[in-house]
Design a binder for this molecule. Sequence first.
Ligand SMILES: *Cc1c(COP(=O)(O)O)cnc(C)c1O
Length: 380
Amino acid sequence: MVATRTVPFFNYPDVFTSDEAELLSIIREVGRRGAYIMQRDLADFEHELAEYVGAKYVIGMANATDALHFAVRAAGIGPGDEVIFASHTMVATPAAAHFAGATPVPVECGPDHLIDPDAVAAAVTPRTRAIMPTQLNGRTADMRRLQSIADACGAVIIEDSAQALGSRFMGQAAGTFGLAGCISFYPAKTLGCLGDGGCLITNDETIDRQVRLLRDHGRNEEGEVVTWGLNSRLDNLQAAILRHKLSRYDDDIARRRELARRYDQLLGNVPQLTLPPAPDADARHFDVFQNYEIEAEDRDGLRRYLQDRGVGTLLPWGGKAVHQFAALDCNGRLPYTEQLFTKLLMLPMNTSLADADVEYVAEQVTAYYESAAFIERSAA
Ligand SMILES: *Cc1c(COP(=O)(O)O)cnc(C)c1O
Protein backbone atom coordinates (compact mmCIF):
# COMPACT_ATOMS: atom_id res chain seq x y z
CA MET A 1 0.00 0.00 0.00
CA VAL A 2 1.60 3.24 -1.13
CA ALA A 3 0.21 6.33 0.54
CA THR A 4 -0.25 9.23 -1.86
CA ARG A 5 0.14 11.68 0.99
CA THR A 6 1.45 11.68 4.55
CA VAL A 7 -0.49 13.47 7.25
CA PRO A 8 1.27 13.11 10.62
CA PHE A 9 -0.92 13.47 13.68
CA PHE A 10 1.18 16.42 14.76
CA ASN A 11 4.05 18.13 12.99
CA TYR A 12 6.51 19.01 15.80
CA PRO A 13 9.18 20.70 13.66
CA ASP A 14 6.49 23.01 12.29
CA VAL A 15 6.15 24.68 15.74
CA PHE A 16 9.59 26.13 14.97
CA THR A 17 9.95 26.09 11.19
CA SER A 18 6.61 27.77 10.41
CA ASP A 19 8.08 30.96 11.90
CA GLU A 20 11.79 30.21 12.04
CA ALA A 21 13.28 33.62 11.17
CA GLU A 22 11.13 35.48 13.70
CA LEU A 23 11.77 32.92 16.46
CA LEU A 24 15.54 32.98 15.86
CA SER A 25 15.56 36.75 16.15
CA ILE A 26 13.64 36.53 19.45
CA ILE A 27 16.09 33.93 20.80
CA ARG A 28 19.03 36.10 19.73
CA GLU A 29 17.60 39.26 21.22
CA VAL A 30 16.65 37.69 24.57
CA GLY A 31 19.95 35.80 24.75
CA ARG A 32 22.00 38.93 24.15
CA ARG A 33 20.17 40.60 27.01
CA GLY A 34 20.91 37.57 29.20
CA ALA A 35 17.26 37.67 30.21
CA TYR A 36 16.52 34.08 31.21
CA ILE A 37 14.57 34.01 34.46
CA MET A 38 11.75 36.28 35.71
CA GLN A 39 12.47 39.10 33.29
CA ARG A 40 10.29 41.67 31.55
CA ASP A 41 9.20 39.35 28.70
CA LEU A 42 7.54 37.12 31.27
CA ALA A 43 5.79 40.03 32.98
CA ASP A 44 4.66 41.44 29.62
CA PHE A 45 3.36 38.05 28.50
CA GLU A 46 1.45 37.60 31.77
CA HIS A 47 -0.25 40.99 31.34
CA GLU A 48 -1.09 40.42 27.69
CA LEU A 49 -2.51 36.98 28.33
CA ALA A 50 -4.57 38.26 31.27
CA GLU A 51 -6.02 40.88 28.96
CA TYR A 52 -6.62 38.29 26.25
CA VAL A 53 -8.73 36.04 28.49
CA GLY A 54 -10.26 38.89 30.48
CA ALA A 55 -8.83 37.93 33.86
CA LYS A 56 -7.08 39.98 36.55
CA TYR A 57 -4.03 37.75 37.00
CA VAL A 58 -1.94 35.35 34.96
CA ILE A 59 1.11 33.66 36.48
CA GLY A 60 3.56 32.03 34.08
CA MET A 61 4.64 28.62 35.32
CA ALA A 62 6.81 25.71 34.24
CA ASN A 63 3.77 23.70 33.07
CA ALA A 64 0.01 23.39 33.53
CA THR A 65 0.34 20.41 35.86
CA ASP A 66 2.07 22.57 38.48
CA ALA A 67 -0.53 25.31 37.93
CA LEU A 68 -3.33 22.86 38.79
CA HIS A 69 -1.48 21.48 41.77
CA PHE A 70 -0.66 24.92 43.17
CA ALA A 71 -4.26 26.05 42.61
CA VAL A 72 -5.58 23.12 44.67
CA ARG A 73 -3.05 23.85 47.43
CA ALA A 74 -3.71 27.58 47.45
CA ALA A 75 -7.44 26.83 47.74
CA GLY A 76 -6.63 25.14 51.05
CA ILE A 77 -7.70 21.70 49.86
CA GLY A 78 -5.97 18.74 51.50
CA PRO A 79 -6.37 15.46 53.40
CA GLY A 80 -9.97 14.37 53.93
CA ASP A 81 -11.24 16.53 51.06
CA GLU A 82 -12.77 15.21 47.83
CA VAL A 83 -12.24 16.69 44.39
CA ILE A 84 -14.59 15.71 41.54
CA PHE A 85 -13.19 15.42 38.01
CA ALA A 86 -14.17 13.75 34.72
CA SER A 87 -12.31 10.49 34.16
CA HIS A 88 -11.86 11.47 30.49
CA THR A 89 -8.96 13.81 31.20
CA MET A 90 -5.21 13.84 31.44
CA VAL A 91 -3.90 12.24 34.63
CA ALA A 92 -2.56 15.69 35.55
CA THR A 93 -6.05 16.78 36.67
CA PRO A 94 -6.48 14.26 39.50
CA ALA A 95 -2.73 14.34 40.24
CA ALA A 96 -3.23 17.94 41.38
CA ALA A 97 -5.68 16.74 44.02
CA HIS A 98 -3.60 13.68 44.89
CA PHE A 99 -0.43 15.63 45.60
CA ALA A 100 -2.37 18.07 47.76
CA GLY A 101 -3.38 15.05 49.88
CA ALA A 102 -7.03 15.10 48.76
CA THR A 103 -9.06 12.27 47.18
CA PRO A 104 -9.80 12.60 43.45
CA VAL A 105 -13.30 11.32 42.60
CA PRO A 106 -13.77 10.39 38.91
CA VAL A 107 -17.14 10.87 37.19
CA GLU A 108 -18.66 10.31 33.75
CA CYS A 109 -18.49 12.66 30.81
CA GLY A 110 -21.44 13.46 28.59
CA PRO A 111 -22.04 13.13 24.83
CA ASP A 112 -19.77 16.12 24.10
CA HIS A 113 -16.99 14.27 26.01
CA LEU A 114 -16.86 16.95 28.74
CA ILE A 115 -17.73 16.47 32.40
CA ASP A 116 -21.39 15.55 32.90
CA PRO A 117 -23.02 18.00 35.37
CA ASP A 118 -25.58 15.37 36.45
CA ALA A 119 -22.76 12.98 37.30
CA VAL A 120 -21.05 15.74 39.27
CA ALA A 121 -24.22 16.47 41.25
CA ALA A 122 -24.60 12.75 42.02
CA ALA A 123 -20.99 12.47 43.26
CA VAL A 124 -21.20 15.33 45.78
CA THR A 125 -20.66 14.33 49.42
CA PRO A 126 -20.16 16.37 52.60
CA ARG A 127 -16.40 16.14 51.87
CA THR A 128 -16.59 17.65 48.37
CA ARG A 129 -14.37 20.74 48.29
CA ALA A 130 -13.71 21.26 44.60
CA ILE A 131 -14.97 20.45 41.13
CA MET A 132 -12.30 20.29 38.43
CA PRO A 133 -13.91 20.37 34.98
CA THR A 134 -11.58 19.72 32.07
CA GLN A 135 -12.29 22.06 29.16
CA LEU A 136 -11.49 19.20 26.85
CA ASN A 137 -10.49 19.43 23.19
CA GLY A 138 -10.84 23.20 23.27
CA ARG A 139 -14.48 23.28 24.39
CA THR A 140 -15.74 24.87 27.61
CA ALA A 141 -18.21 22.96 29.77
CA ASP A 142 -21.63 24.33 30.80
CA MET A 143 -20.14 26.48 33.53
CA ARG A 144 -23.50 27.87 34.65
CA ARG A 145 -24.70 24.44 35.71
CA LEU A 146 -21.38 23.50 37.29
CA GLN A 147 -21.24 26.75 39.23
CA SER A 148 -24.73 26.23 40.62
CA ILE A 149 -23.78 22.70 41.74
CA ALA A 150 -20.59 24.05 43.32
CA ASP A 151 -22.46 26.89 45.05
CA ALA A 152 -25.05 24.48 46.43
CA CYS A 153 -22.39 22.34 48.15
CA GLY A 154 -19.91 25.09 49.01
CA ALA A 155 -17.21 23.76 46.66
CA VAL A 156 -14.88 25.80 44.50
CA ILE A 157 -14.23 25.28 40.80
CA ILE A 158 -10.69 24.84 39.53
CA GLU A 159 -10.64 24.55 35.75
CA ASP A 160 -8.31 22.29 33.86
CA SER A 161 -8.38 24.56 30.85
CA ALA A 162 -4.97 23.31 29.64
CA GLN A 163 -6.51 22.62 26.20
CA ALA A 164 -8.79 25.60 25.96
CA LEU A 165 -7.03 28.95 25.59
CA GLY A 166 -9.50 31.30 23.91
CA SER A 167 -12.43 28.89 24.19
CA ARG A 168 -15.56 30.53 25.57
CA PHE A 169 -18.88 29.64 27.14
CA MET A 170 -21.52 32.37 26.84
CA GLY A 171 -18.82 34.83 25.89
CA GLN A 172 -16.57 34.14 28.89
CA ALA A 173 -13.12 32.58 28.43
CA ALA A 174 -12.13 29.16 29.75
CA GLY A 175 -9.93 29.47 32.80
CA THR A 176 -11.74 32.55 34.14
CA PHE A 177 -14.86 30.93 35.64
CA GLY A 178 -13.52 29.21 38.70
CA LEU A 179 -11.28 30.19 41.57
CA ALA A 180 -8.42 29.39 39.20
CA GLY A 181 -7.72 27.86 35.81
CA CYS A 182 -4.63 26.67 33.99
CA ILE A 183 -3.31 26.78 30.44
CA SER A 184 -0.61 24.54 28.96
CA PHE A 185 1.95 25.75 26.43
CA TYR A 186 3.22 22.25 25.65
CA PRO A 187 4.35 22.35 21.97
CA ALA A 188 1.29 20.49 20.65
CA LYS A 189 -1.18 22.73 22.47
CA THR A 190 -3.03 25.47 20.60
CA LEU A 191 -0.51 28.02 21.90
CA GLY A 192 2.67 25.95 22.06
CA CYS A 193 6.19 26.99 23.01
CA LEU A 194 9.49 25.22 22.30
CA GLY A 195 9.34 23.01 25.37
CA ASP A 196 7.32 22.94 28.57
CA GLY A 197 5.32 25.90 29.77
CA GLY A 198 2.05 26.77 31.43
CA CYS A 199 0.23 29.34 33.48
CA LEU A 200 -2.35 29.85 36.16
CA ILE A 201 -5.28 32.23 35.64
CA THR A 202 -7.23 33.76 38.51
CA ASN A 203 -9.31 36.76 39.51
CA ASP A 204 -8.58 36.11 43.18
CA GLU A 205 -5.88 38.29 44.72
CA THR A 206 -5.05 35.79 47.47
CA ILE A 207 -4.60 32.91 45.02
CA ASP A 208 -2.43 35.15 42.85
CA ARG A 209 -0.20 36.10 45.76
CA GLN A 210 0.14 32.55 47.09
CA VAL A 211 0.88 30.94 43.74
CA ARG A 212 3.45 33.63 42.85
CA LEU A 213 5.25 32.72 46.07
CA LEU A 214 4.90 28.96 45.50
CA ARG A 215 6.43 29.17 42.03
CA ASP A 216 9.56 31.02 43.19
CA HIS A 217 10.85 29.51 46.45
CA GLY A 218 8.43 31.48 48.61
CA ARG A 219 10.24 34.73 47.78
CA ASN A 220 8.41 38.03 47.62
CA GLU A 221 9.30 40.90 45.28
CA GLU A 222 12.11 42.03 47.56
CA GLY A 223 13.62 38.55 47.49
CA GLU A 224 12.64 37.86 51.09
CA VAL A 225 11.51 34.28 51.78
CA VAL A 226 8.08 34.67 53.37
CA THR A 227 6.81 31.08 53.08
CA TRP A 228 7.81 27.64 51.79
CA GLY A 229 7.89 27.46 48.04
CA LEU A 230 9.14 25.51 45.05
CA ASN A 231 10.47 26.37 41.61
CA SER A 232 7.95 26.37 38.78
CA ARG A 233 8.79 29.45 36.74
CA LEU A 234 8.02 29.91 33.04
CA ASP A 235 11.35 30.53 31.27
CA ASN A 236 11.64 34.13 30.11
CA LEU A 237 12.75 32.94 26.67
CA GLN A 238 9.62 30.80 26.31
CA ALA A 239 7.55 33.78 27.47
CA ALA A 240 9.12 35.94 24.75
CA ILE A 241 8.27 33.29 22.15
CA LEU A 242 4.73 32.93 23.51
CA ARG A 243 4.20 36.71 23.42
CA HIS A 244 4.97 36.65 19.74
CA LYS A 245 2.73 33.63 19.09
CA LEU A 246 -0.11 35.18 21.10
CA SER A 247 -0.10 38.17 18.76
CA ARG A 248 -1.35 35.97 15.92
CA TYR A 249 -3.24 33.43 18.01
CA ASP A 250 -6.70 34.48 16.83
CA ASP A 251 -5.69 33.59 13.29
CA ASP A 252 -4.59 30.14 14.47
CA ILE A 253 -7.94 29.57 16.14
CA ALA A 254 -9.83 30.75 13.08
CA ARG A 255 -7.84 28.24 11.04
CA ARG A 256 -8.59 25.39 13.44
CA ARG A 257 -12.30 26.21 13.29
CA GLU A 258 -12.14 26.26 9.52
CA LEU A 259 -10.52 22.80 9.51
CA ALA A 260 -13.19 21.52 11.91
CA ARG A 261 -15.91 22.90 9.65
CA ARG A 262 -14.30 21.09 6.73
CA TYR A 263 -14.15 17.75 8.60
CA ASP A 264 -17.78 18.27 9.54
CA GLN A 265 -18.82 18.85 5.91
CA LEU A 266 -16.84 15.89 4.62
CA LEU A 267 -17.61 13.34 7.35
CA GLY A 268 -20.98 14.49 8.69
CA ASN A 269 -22.88 11.88 6.71
CA VAL A 270 -20.74 8.84 7.54
CA PRO A 271 -23.14 6.73 9.65
CA GLN A 272 -20.33 4.90 11.48
CA LEU A 273 -19.01 8.15 13.01
CA THR A 274 -20.07 10.62 15.66
CA LEU A 275 -18.31 13.96 15.21
CA PRO A 276 -17.67 16.73 17.74
CA PRO A 277 -20.14 19.62 17.68
CA ALA A 278 -19.49 21.77 14.59
CA PRO A 279 -17.97 25.23 15.19
CA ASP A 280 -21.32 27.01 14.88
CA ALA A 281 -23.59 24.28 16.23
CA ASP A 282 -24.40 26.04 19.52
CA ALA A 283 -24.16 29.80 19.93
CA ARG A 284 -23.24 29.45 23.62
CA HIS A 285 -20.00 27.65 22.82
CA PHE A 286 -16.92 29.01 21.06
CA ASP A 287 -14.60 26.01 20.63
CA VAL A 288 -10.91 26.30 19.71
CA PHE A 289 -10.45 22.67 18.56
CA GLN A 290 -7.31 21.67 20.39
CA ASN A 291 -8.24 18.21 19.14
CA TYR A 292 -10.73 16.71 16.71
CA GLU A 293 -11.97 13.76 18.71
CA ILE A 294 -14.46 11.50 16.98
CA GLU A 295 -16.33 8.33 17.93
CA ALA A 296 -15.79 5.64 15.32
CA GLU A 297 -17.32 2.22 14.81
CA ASP A 298 -14.57 -0.42 14.48
CA ARG A 299 -12.13 2.24 15.67
CA ASP A 300 -9.07 -0.01 15.69
CA GLY A 301 -9.70 -1.23 12.14
CA LEU A 302 -10.10 2.35 10.97
CA ARG A 303 -6.95 3.39 12.78
CA ARG A 304 -4.84 0.68 11.11
CA TYR A 305 -6.33 1.49 7.71
CA LEU A 306 -5.44 5.17 8.13
CA GLN A 307 -1.95 4.35 9.36
CA ASP A 308 -1.33 2.22 6.24
CA ARG A 309 -2.32 5.22 4.16
CA GLY A 310 -0.02 7.70 5.88
CA VAL A 311 -2.54 9.27 8.26
CA GLY A 312 -1.48 9.58 11.91
CA THR A 313 -4.16 9.37 14.59
CA LEU A 314 -4.02 9.21 18.36
CA LEU A 315 -6.01 7.49 21.10
CA PRO A 316 -6.81 9.96 23.86
CA TRP A 317 -4.53 9.43 26.90
CA GLY A 318 -3.10 6.32 25.29
CA GLY A 319 -6.54 4.69 25.21
CA LYS A 320 -7.65 4.75 28.85
CA ALA A 321 -9.65 7.04 31.08
CA VAL A 322 -8.03 7.87 34.43
CA HIS A 323 -10.11 5.38 36.45
CA GLN A 324 -8.96 2.58 34.11
CA PHE A 325 -5.32 2.91 35.21
CA ALA A 326 -5.31 0.34 38.01
CA ALA A 327 -2.11 1.71 39.60
CA LEU A 328 -3.80 5.01 40.48
CA ASP A 329 -6.32 3.53 42.88
CA CYS A 330 -9.01 5.79 41.44
CA ASN A 331 -11.19 2.92 40.32
CA GLY A 332 -14.90 2.28 40.13
CA ARG A 333 -17.15 1.69 37.18
CA LEU A 334 -18.00 4.42 34.71
CA PRO A 335 -19.87 2.50 31.98
CA TYR A 336 -20.49 5.43 29.65
CA THR A 337 -16.85 6.52 29.67
CA GLU A 338 -15.62 2.93 29.29
CA GLN A 339 -17.87 2.35 26.28
CA LEU A 340 -16.77 5.69 24.81
CA PHE A 341 -13.09 4.74 25.11
CA THR A 342 -13.60 1.80 22.76
CA LYS A 343 -14.64 4.30 20.05
CA LEU A 344 -12.59 7.47 20.60
CA LEU A 345 -10.08 8.51 17.97
CA MET A 346 -8.35 11.80 17.37
CA LEU A 347 -7.83 12.89 13.76
CA PRO A 348 -5.06 15.34 12.79
CA MET A 349 -6.00 18.89 13.86
CA ASN A 350 -3.39 21.62 13.81
CA THR A 351 -2.39 24.74 11.92
CA SER A 352 0.20 22.93 9.79
CA LEU A 353 -2.59 21.13 7.90
CA ALA A 354 -3.48 22.19 4.38
CA ASP A 355 -7.06 21.92 3.15
CA ALA A 356 -5.88 19.05 0.96
CA ASP A 357 -4.64 17.18 4.05
CA VAL A 358 -8.06 17.28 5.67
CA GLU A 359 -9.65 16.24 2.38
CA TYR A 360 -7.24 13.31 2.12
CA VAL A 361 -7.94 12.18 5.70
CA ALA A 362 -11.70 12.39 5.13
CA GLU A 363 -11.40 10.48 1.87
CA GLN A 364 -9.52 7.66 3.57
CA VAL A 365 -11.99 7.50 6.47
CA THR A 366 -14.89 7.29 4.04
CA ALA A 367 -13.08 4.69 1.95
CA TYR A 368 -12.54 2.50 5.02
CA TYR A 369 -16.24 2.17 5.73
CA GLU A 370 -16.83 1.23 2.09
CA SER A 371 -13.96 -1.25 2.01
CA ALA A 372 -14.29 -5.02 1.88
CA ALA A 373 -12.20 -5.19 5.07
CA PHE A 374 -14.77 -3.24 7.07
CA ILE A 375 -17.79 -4.94 5.51
CA GLU A 376 -16.34 -8.37 6.34
CA ARG A 377 -15.48 -7.35 9.88
CA SER A 378 -18.91 -5.94 10.59
CA ALA A 379 -20.62 -9.02 9.12
CA ALA A 380 -18.54 -11.33 11.36
C1 LIG B 1 -1.68 19.09 28.39
C2 LIG B 1 -2.64 18.90 29.50
C3 LIG B 1 -2.28 19.03 30.85
C4 LIG B 1 -0.86 19.18 31.30
O1 LIG B 1 -0.20 20.26 30.77
P1 LIG B 1 1.39 20.37 30.99
O2 LIG B 1 1.68 21.78 30.61
O3 LIG B 1 2.02 19.39 30.07
O4 LIG B 1 1.67 20.08 32.41
C5 LIG B 1 -3.25 18.92 31.82
N1 LIG B 1 -4.52 18.68 31.50
C6 LIG B 1 -4.93 18.55 30.22
C7 LIG B 1 -6.36 18.31 29.92
C8 LIG B 1 -3.99 18.62 29.19
O5 LIG B 1 -4.38 18.43 27.93
